[in-house]
Structures are given as C-alpha cells and as structure tokens.
Design a protein around this ligand. Structure first.
Ligand SMILES: [Zn+2]
Length: 57
C-alpha cells in the first residue's frame, strides 16, 4: 500500500514538472517567435517568410 502511494506521488510530481516545462518557457518562446508584421510563427532566428526582420533579436 505504501509503495502505491509513493508511486502515485512520484508520478504526480513528474506530471507537474512536465507541465511546468511545457507551459512557461514554451509559451514565452511561441509569443516571441511571432512575426510583428504578418503575425505568423517564425521558426529559428532568421527573418520571417514575409521578409520581415526582427530588430529586437
Ligand atoms: Zn512575417
């Protein structure tokens, strides 16, 4: 019984850690990766497909 409780506790912590990792740095990255001109998501640090180059990079 105690082993089950410990296992569930560890699984819960692992899930919380995963959500924390996915939510906080992920959202910031996605928001900052949006092009200021066309609003599309950019991949990488290069200029957008529309030709807009970010100045705050
Ligand atoms: Zn663009």
């Amino acid at each position: 019984m105690l082993v089950k409780i410990v296992t569930f506790f560890l699984i819960g912590i692992a899930i919380l850690a995963m959500f924390g990792r996915l939510k906080f740095p992920g959202q910031k990255k996605i928001l900052s990766a949006k092009c200021a001109k066309c609003g599309r998501y950019r991949l990488g640090r290069g200029p957008c497909a529309c030709g807009h180059v970010r100045k705050d990079d």
